[in-house]
Design a protein around this ligand. Sequence first.
Ligand code: S3P
Length: 458
Amino acid sequence: MHSDDQTPRPLRASSGTPLRGTARVPGDKSISHRAFLFGGLASGTTRITGLLEGEDVIATGRAMVAMGALIRREGEAFVVDGVGNGCLLEPEAPLDFGNAGTGARLTMGLAGAYNFGATFIGDASLSKRPMGRVLDPLREMGVQVVARSKDRLPLSIHGPKMTAPIAYRVPMPSAQVKSAVLLAGLNTPGVTTVIEPIATRDHTEKMLAGFGAAIDVETKADGVRHIRLEGQGELIGLADFQVPGDPSSAAFPVVAALIVEGSDVTIETVLMNPTRTGLIETLIEMGGSIEILNRRTEGGEDVADLRVRHSALTGVEVPPERAPSMIDEYPALAVAAAFAKGRTTMRGLEELRVKESDRLSAVAAGLAANNIAHEEGADWLIVDGNPDGVGANGEGYGKGTVTTHLDHRIAMSFLVLGLASAHAVTVDDGRMIATSFPEFAGMMAGFGGAIEAAALDP
Ligand code: S3P
């Protein structure tokens, strides 16, 4: 549930001491959403440990409770009693997803295949984001949609008596769209097929298989993935489901340690699923000292500890085909690139325009406000870095106030910038950090980073 407090909370980060220490980042957001969705749907009990207790995930949990699941806390764990596949109840009140695109879009797929009505609402950021990408395939399956403003929240959907299975080629690289179609397929007779030309995070496929769904993934010779799901089968709760640490949250302390002089930080139990490791790969190519230690498997996923030390970075061209495996990490990469020698070029970024904010323009504006040379294109960003943290006008980085547009990752990225800049960096609102990484400021403080409440200049 999003915060009822409507007052922005500005934060300021400044440089000082090196960052040192060992910590765990919270559970992966994508996997946490799915743990509540699938646990709430499966028959029997699912016990989840390591769940991200961020506002986004809690909103998804509430939606599942509104449709009949029971969720309780037992010490560190969340215990979910699911309804059984095909047995969701009609929610009595609108489902409020706050800031969360993943929760809203995946739940639309899930609920869309039921012959009942469901209304979706969210905060100002979520209400601007396109939902047509999910609603279009759902319409093909027979779902009716009522929206006041074209395919934006608030909107209501109503599923048909029986949804029709479709074969859907996902037109943009989006795990949310892929997942919404597959989740609708769970309550659809026959085989629902998703054709994915560009691979995106595969948590839905892996987790559904773990919960017992009849799902099959075939990668053709041309690299295109064909995912087939047999609908109306049984899903069974998992006695012990562990959520690994979120690489998209780890991105912030990792970049901070690379750019703050003298730093040496270890982040434990980070998800290393190859559909999510594009940033680590890129930072290592840039010369970042990132040791991948203690590789192991936990809860069916590869995880590792990351030891990161302050490093001399060099700008690189990031291959556009890597974008899906680091789509949420470009704001953090742009900050690392500001301290790299030479030019970093990032292409294939069109999806950044429809995230919690228009992240491409929010990043560019934040760089501009803090004296960092860059160029923004329709779907690309170039950052001309300087390891000394000095801009083209001879002034040290920082001093700027960054507009976050209700986007947690913009807030955290620019606070990381402040930890390494000559002058402090202020973000206009830090409230949204609680959607994905409530411990962020505390963890950075534990490493020695200075992030504090700030007042904005009138
Ligand atoms: C997510 C998919 C991605 C990502 C988002 C989480 C998911 O969105 O940006 O943070 O859990 O499926 P898109 O599907 O819009 O690319």
